[in-house]
Design a protein around this ligand. Structure first.
Ligand SMILES: Cc1cc2nc3c(=O)[nH]c(=O)nc-3n(C[C@H](O)[C@H](O)[C@H](O)COP(=O)(O)OP(=O)(O)OC[C@H]3O[C@@H](n4cnc5c(N)ncnc54)[C@H](O)[C@@H]3O)c2cc1C
Ligand code: FES
Length: 275
């Protein structure tokens, strides 16, 4: 494994592609000698397709998985469209890892509440896999995951079977509206969090999803009595260099690519502007 120069793309081979939803595919990629680099949950990598360009994506596999890196990629533009058009065996460029990752040491001994929406499950999945691999370090785990429809949920069998079957773990799924094939909860994620009435004692809440979901989840957690220090989120800003050089992603003095993308709500409350 080489962690030589995070600015220098390496070539990686696509081992497998999983079609998650009509808009999202998970790519499993490997470097020449296994994992291209070591990383921690919450970190990201720049993926490139020649001559199209490059874009940043969360590493969704757990660092405890040593076979490959996984990325769940939503079709939104140039690079993600071309990543969707690739086949197993083809090569892409990869550089990283970038960002700070989740505070896994500070979270030890706490109960964990994961709150994800849509593709926002991608960075949470890396952390959830890490916590299951180090199960004794963490208390009760609750996972709230929502999507627009059952068809928009990613990693369905892993979430419903593998995660729900872990010790001391509860999975709470919801979709935005009624669907004929859906027998579970119906309603938006923030409302469901309120209904589930989580208590804040000895708990850390980690949330990722569309900005509108995060905004209302933060309000719901506040009403449930969570302090800003107990709430962690991961931001998606426009990025270019990924290493704090181009100034594309700053919030006041903070570069989301380098100082984030993971922040506690207490840290975000200190920053200027919209995020
Ligand atoms: C830390 C981090 C982690 C991320 N993790 C993931 C992940 O795990 N999975 C995932 O699918 N995505 C993830 N993203 C988002 C992803 O990086 C972006 O969607 C990226 O823009 C995709 O590149 P693209 O070339 O496919 O799309 P682009 O061509 O960049 O277009 C993306 C969207 O932005 C719009 N757009 C393009 N240029 C501009 C502009 N100048 N101003 C305003 N809007 C513009 C386009 O119309 C389109 O709607 C992450 C982003 C960050 C910052
Ligand atoms: S992306 Fe260049 S400074 Fe953050």
């Amino acid at each position: 494994m080489s962690n030589a120069n995070p600015l220098m793309p390496q070539m990686a081979t696509i081992l497998d592609i999983i079609a998650e939803t009509p808009e999202i595919k998970t790519l499993r990629v490997s470097g020449k000698d296994g994992l291209p680099f070591d990383f921690m949950p919450g970190q990201c990598a720049m993926l490139s397709v020649l001559p199209v360009g490059e874009a940043i994506f969360s590493i969704t596999s757990s660092p405890t998985c040593r076979d490959c890196l996984e990325f769940s990629i939503k079709k939104t533009g140039k690079v993600s469209n071309s990543l969707h058009s690739l086949e197993p065996g083809q090569q892409i460029g990869i550089r990283g890892p970038y960002g700070n990752g989740f505070p896994v040491e500070e979270m030890k001994g706490k109960d964990l509440l994961f709150i994800g929406g849509g593709i926002g499950l991608a960075p949470l999945r890396s952390l959830i896999g890490y916590c299951f691999a180090n199960r004794d370090h963490y208390g009760q785990i609750d996972i709230v995951y929502g999507a627009r429809s059952p068809a928009d949920m990613i990693r369905k069998s892993e979430v419903k079977e593998t995660w729900a079957g872990q010790p001391n773990t509860k999975v709470h799924l919801t979709v935005d509206a009624e669907f004929p094939d859906w027998k579970g909860h119906v309603g938006f994620v923030p409302t469901y969090v309120t209904e589930l009435a989580f208590t804040p004692e000895n708990k850390v809440a980690i949330t990722c999803g569309p900005p509108i979901m995060i905004k209302f989840v933060l309000q719901a957690l506040d009403k449930l009595g969570f302090a800003p220090e107990q709430v962690i989120t991961t931001l998606e800003m426009r990025m270019k260099c990924g290493v704090g050089k181009c100034g594309r992603c700053n919030l006041g003095p903070v570069y989301v690519c380098k100082d984030g993308p993971v922040f506690s709500l207490a840290e975000l409350n200190e920053l200027p502007g919209e995020y």
